[in-house]
Design a protein around this ligand. Structure first.
Ligand code: ADP
Length: 394
């Protein structure tokens, strides 16, 4: 017996998917449809260790889903065995605080939230609609990136803006990457053998997108992303925090439109804007070659992250654990070292040898006598989504 759950993560031009057995948590199949909307797209479908590749035009998400279903029919696993579908949904606004069963009414409500996440929610909704047509007989649930941060206190989520403007437009900090922060912070408790509710921790999710969270006794109390996933840390192509006056300045002095500025900050900034590369493997090579822009980019990245960690240590009044996760956090010992060594004054002591170990397992990279435990814990958003989906349907 197995309980296969299909997890879908629909972005603007891609759909990533996995089928996970909710009983033993094994990955049964996985795949990615890319370049939806272009003349030619691709789909990679992996099952039982074999990847099946197809090139095809996918004018929209609906067509991509149809072809994905064809690949399931040809190569397995049987979609008729799937018991539920979990959809990654970026923005739940203030309305959706937890994983929610998708109904027509719920979807209508979700559509109303699209202005809050114009880049993320419309493709997710298109994916949900197409998947409900393809698999009409099983429950579909939405798992929100924002849900874990619905516990933020008002002092942390309120922007110092005119109250009427904020209220009219739903402007506040929502936070994102919540599925990962929740999964990783619970793993930290498991790893340390401590009840989740009994200690304070900071989680750094450092991937292409990056965010940091402050968690007091198992409750998220602050995070670096805000109304949108643009705020906070320096990311692959996103600027993170800039002076809020920048928009007016670029509009008046640079003659840029709002769309130009949005594009600049989301797509052409971050590490890409600073040094022309987004991947830390390339950036590390550039630094090794003596590239000054790359060296400055890394310094800016570390400085921003360090500022947030210091701020969250203060918000929490001290911490027991600091954890790194996601692509950069899991695979880049030099960033971890740069951060932890500069926190020596706050009770962090790095174990250099442990930091250099490569592993897919949760591990401690601080010395045994370091007052704060520093950990690397691989994230697994799909597994977290499978657990959420299973809980929501049972
Ligand atoms: P996403 O936000 O797209 O899910 P990931 O969490 O997969 O991102 O992180 C991708 C990033 O992780 C890459 O752009 C790269 O900077 C970094 N990364 C991945 N593997 C390595 C590695 N072996 N060494 C250094 N950095 C790595």
């Amino acid at each position: 017996m197995s309980t296969p759950i299909l997890l879908l993560n629909a972005g603007s031009s891609s759909i990533k998917y996995q089928v996970i057995d909710a009983d033993d948590e094994a990955v049964i199949a996985s795949g990615i449809v890319q370049r939806i909307g272009d003349e030619y797209g691709t789909i990679d479908h992996t099952v039982a260790g074999t990847t099946h590749f197809m090139e095809r035009g996918f004018p929209n998400h609906s067509r991509a889903l149809t072809v994905m279903v064809q690949l399931f029919n040809e190569h397995g696993p049987a979609l008729s065995d799937v018991v539920a579908v979990g959809h990654r949904t970026v923005h739940g606004g203030a309305a959706f605080n937890s994983t929610t069963l998708i109904t027509d009414e719920m979807l209508e409500h979700l559509r109303e939230l699209s202005p809050l996440a114009p880049l993320h929610n419309p493709p997710a909704i298109a994916g949900i609609e197409a998947a409900r047509r393809a698999l009409p007989d099983v429950p579909h649930v939405a798992i929100f990136d924002t849900a874990f941060f619905s516990s933020l206190p008002a002092e942390a989520y309120t922007y110092a803006l005119d109250g009427t403007v904020a209220k009219t437009h739903g402007i506040r900090k929502y936070g994102f990457h919540g599925t990962s922060h929740s999964f990783v912070s619970r793993k930290v408790a498991e790893f340390l053998g401590r009840p989740y509710e009994s200690f304070n921790q900071i989680v750094c999710h450092l991937g292409n997108g990056a965010s940091i969270s402050a968690i007091r006794n198992g409750v998220a109390v602050d995070t670096s992303m805000g109304l949108t996933p643009l705020a906070g840390l320096v990311m692959g192509t996103r600027s993170g925090d800039v002076d809020p006056g920048l928009h007016a300045f670029l509009s008046r002095q640079g003659g840029m439109s709002i769309d130009d500025i949005d594009n600049l900050l989301n797509k052409k900034s971050g590490m890409l804007g600073l040094c022309g590369a987004t991947d830390f493997r390339d950036i590390n090579d550039l630094v090794a070659e003596g590239n000054a822009d790359a060296a400055l980019a890394v310094d800016v990245y570390v400085h921003r992250l360090l500022s947030y960690i210091g701020s969250y240590v203060a918000v929490l009044g001290g911490i027991d654990a600091l954890t790194f996760t996601a692509g950069v956090g899991e695979n880049n010992p030099s960033i971890r070292k740069a951060i932890v060594n500069r926190l020596a004054g706050l009770g962090f002591v790095l174990d250099d040898a442990a930091n250099d170990v490569r592993s897919k397992e949760p591990r401690r990279i601080s010395t045994a006598d370091s007052p704060v435990a520093v950990l690397v814990v691989p994230t697994n958003e799909e597994l977290a989504m499978a657990r959420e989906t299973k809980a929501a349907i049972s």
